[in-house]
Design a protein around this ligand. Structure first.
Ligand SMILES: *Cc1c(COP(=O)(O)O)cnc(C)c1O
Length: 400
């Protein structure tokens, strides 16, 4: 099977992809539970707060909740969805530093008592609309080394964090923690090391002011393993080293704090990306002479940036052509079906090996598409419907 570099697909997922007659995203619940088990084995004692935006699908959330996960929610609607899985509100935090008064009040009404923050204005609003709650302050990171940096918009300096958590205490809130996000699909261990240094300095300064925190929150950023980079080379994140750096870093922080600091993480991508795949089909394989005089093949798929492949700006997905297990291949630029030229892989640099005889309607499996594919989807841009989704538990279960 042309799996381009040997990404593995579980048997259940493979069976469901083979059986699917219509386009859609399929999630492998057993695979997601497997990733969760690996995470809690590698980081003993970690409290997992799944970042819902990566995969806000009820059965995925319920399955994670059943394993022991809680949720990192970013809005009242996400909080309400998390509550519907049956987890106690104590396992849900409001992890978005951007919140209106109304959103804070609604979260409080839904039972949430843990809030991310990064500014005095936000602390004042939490004290007013969620009185007596616990807050954790997000420290800024550079986002270097990540495919998507998440820098600038969130997080404050260490000096600001002191002011923010002191203000929280004065306002009757509990200064409970510090958080970071090293950037999504972080590829380096250095980013985690930097984060620990930054957190350590602030912990020491806080302790000097009599503020003792009960946890650190290392956010998301743990990588998926099955992506290709923009040019089609496998991304090979040093996951084992990252886990080792995190274990050591947390120990150092506990020494510095002189207390049993709890560890929270908010993985999104790591838990679900490799456990979901899209069943799509070929719209057309064509060849055109371009303005630069070069003749290029283009493979147009039934889905693209606006219905499932939003992240094609920074990566390529592994493609499988199950009806063409072997034969001749041609290098092609891969693109979605819409009338938008952003709806394509990096045309300058990327070529994907595509069976030369694929025809319109042939199935294509798009691997490692379990994170963000379902949530970053337009309302039928150009009339191309958002992809429906379903899940399998090792064996295919009913469609939704
Ligand atoms: C998006 C997000 C996450 C998840 O990030 P991943 O890179 O998918 O792990 C975690 N925490 C916060 C606050 C986020 O915004």
């Amino acid at each position: 099977m042309n799996d381009q570099g040997g990404a593995t697909i579980s048997r259940g997922l493979r069976a469901a992809l083979s059986a699917a007659s219509e386009d859609g995203i399929i999630y492998d619940l057993a695979g997601i539970a497997g990733r969760y088990a690996t995470l809690v084995e590698e980081l003993p004692g970690v409290a997992v707060r799944f970042a819902m935006k990566a995969c806000p699908v009820d059965e995925v959330l319920a399955h994670l909740a059943a394993q022991g996960a809680g949720f990192d929610a970013a809005s009242p609607n996400e909080i309400a969805q998390a509550v519907r899985t049956g987890v106690p509100a104590g396992r849900i935090h409001y992890g978005n530093t951007v919140k209106s008064d109304r959103s804070i009040a609604e979260a409080y009404r839904l039972g949430v008592r843990d809030f991310a923050t990064d500014s005095l204005e936000d602390v004042e609003a939490i004290a007013a609309h969620a009185p007596g709650s616990r807050v954790f302050c997000r420290l800024a990171t550079s986002g270097e080394g990540a495919l998507w940096g998440l820098s600038q918009k969130f997080g404050c300096s260490g000096a600001d964090a002191l002011l923010v958590l002191e203000a929280a205490r004065r306002a009757g809130l509990t200064p409970a923690g510090l958080s970071v996000h090293v950037g999504s699909q972080q590829m380096t261990t250095e980013a985690w090391q930097d984060a620990f240094e930054r957190i350590g300095e602030v912990l020491v300064a806080l302790a000097a002011g009599g503020i003792l925190l009960d946890h650190v929150n290392l956010g998301g950023g743990l990588p998926a393993l099955g992506y290709l980079d923009r040019r089609g080379n496998p991304l090979d994140p040093p996951l084992d080293k990252m886990f080792a750096v995190i274990r050591e870093g947390v120990e150092r922080l506990r020494d510095l704090a002189g207390s049993e600091l709890g560890l929270v993480m908010e993985p999104g991508r790591y838990l679900v990306a490799d456990q979901g795949a899209i069943k799509a089909h070929v719209a057309r394989l064509s060849s055109r002479e371009q303005l630069d005089g070069e003749r290029r093949h283009w493979l147009y798929l039934s889905c693209g940036k606006f219905n499932g492949l939003y992240e094609m700006d920074e990566l390529q997905y592994r493609l499988v052509f199950p009806s063409h297990p072997d034969g001749e291949y041609v290098p092609a630029v891969v693109a979605g079906p819409s009338c938008d030229s952003d709806d394509a892989y990096d045309h300058e640099h990327s070529r994907v090996q595509v069976p030369s005889t694929v025809a319109s309607g042939d199935p294509v499996w798009i691997l490692s598409a379990g994170a963000y594919a379902g949530s970053y989807m337009t309302q039928g841009f150009n009339g191309f419907d958002p992809l429906p989704h379903r899940s399998v538990r090792g064996e295919p279960v009913g469609a939704r």
